[in-house]
Design a protein around this ligand. Structure first.
Ligand code: GLA
Length: 338
């Protein structure tokens, strides 16, 4: 047992402001770090053990664990192994306030924090982009979600109080200020979602089918929305969302708060009507947020099918606006960030 090995790492959850379901189409995204974070303490032990959510989850490297949180940690270790880095038996102690199952990337925060803890414990030379790539592969290969790289890049590189503009093809990125005079509110709809079970992989397959039919490497490469006219439905609607969403991200760069808010509203409409990943509850919550005079725009955030909504509010009004929207919503929602 390597009891002298010890290292810790942490990473934030993220809220995506614009650029939904664009990352696995090589497109553009605009997430921000949320204040909630995940911390992982790793230390040498007699066997592999994850301590999280008030329980101990022992696991081995010769079989994928059944429990979801253990799959993420196991996946990170297997991806290091694939690079030729052997990880000795360790205990991982997780402490997190990132809400789970609401679209704020608790899994990416756990993966990135785990890899950072392993980097510290084993003295690995991995930069933040290498960590994000490993974390994404851990999720795709070991947790069964064919996710893009937005969440892991955000957990690894986003900074509080800014937005991360990321080109998911080149991984070129810039940290940008939030629109002047604006602040964020994140509100949970109270309806849980599960990525793998929720049609996420189906949407991704439809996007890939649309790109194949159009003869482009990815929907990022569609030059004009008119090119989509020859696609059969529902591929045309799916592709129209991706193409228009990429334009919205680019239009948001440097936009004033009112314009940014309108782009968020349009993003929600596109996710609801063209990509069909909204729910009745999310639509209602978005309407309740928009009914607040200090809300400039609102949309579902993350993959959809339940989870949270994000609103752009006039600075200093986010909490009051989120609470007033929830009172009107009347469901089991809660304010997560304001
Ligand atoms: C999930 C995935 C991301 C991204 C979003 C939708 O969060 O993990 O890669 O595809 O959904 O934008």
């Amino acid at each position: 047992m390597s009891a002298n090995l010890r290292g810790s790492g942490e990473a934030p959850g993220r809220v995506n402001l614009l650029g939904e379901h664009t990352d696995y189409n090589d497109g553009f995204v605009l997430p921000a770090a949320i204040p909630q974070r995940t911390r992982v303490q790793a230390e040498g032990a007699g066997g592999f053990l994850l301590q999280a959510l008030g329980r101990g989850m022992p696991f081995r490297l010769d079989a994928a664990p059944a429990e979801q949180p253990a799959k993420y940690v196991y996946g990170c270790i297997k991806e290091l192994e694939a690079l030729g880095i052997a990880v000795p038996p360790m205990r991982f102690q997780v402490d997190s306030d990132v809400p789970i199952g609401v679209g704020l990337s608790s899994s990416a925060a756990l993966e990135v924090a785990t890899l950072r803890a392993l980097r510290a414990a084993l003295g690995l030379s991995l930069d933040d982009v290498a960590i994000a790539r490993l974390a994404q592969r851990a999720e795709v290969r070991h947790a069964g979600v064919r996710c893009g790289i937005m969440d892991q890049m955000a957990a690894s590189l986003a900074q509080p109080g800014t937005m991360l503009f990321l080109d998911t093809r080149s991984l070129e990125r810039r940290l940008l200020p939030l629109p002047e005079g604006a602040a964020l509110a994140v509100v949970d709809s109270g309806v849980e979602r599960s990525l793998a079970a929720s049609g996420y992989n189906e949407r991704r397959a439809q996007c890939e089918a649309a790109a194949r039919e159009l003869g482009v490497p990815a929907l990022r490469d569609v030059a004009s929305p008119r090119a989509l006219e020859r696609l059969p439905e529902p591929l045309r609607r799916r592709a129209r969302h991706v193409v228009s969403e990429n334009c919205r991200v680019l239009s948001a760069l440097g936009a004033d708060a009112a314009t940014f808010g309108r782009l968020m509203d349009a993003s929600h409409a596109s996710l609801r009507d063209d990509f069909e990943v909204s729910t009745r509850e999310l639509d209602t919550l978005v309407e309740c947020l928009r009914a607040q005079p200090d809300v400039l725009g609102a949309r579902l955030t993350g993959a959809g099918f339940g989870g949270a909504c994000v609103a752009l509010c006039r600075a200093g009004t986010a909490r009051a606006a989120a609470e007033a929207a929830l009172a009107r919503y009347g469901g089991a929602g809660r304010v997560l960030v304001a």
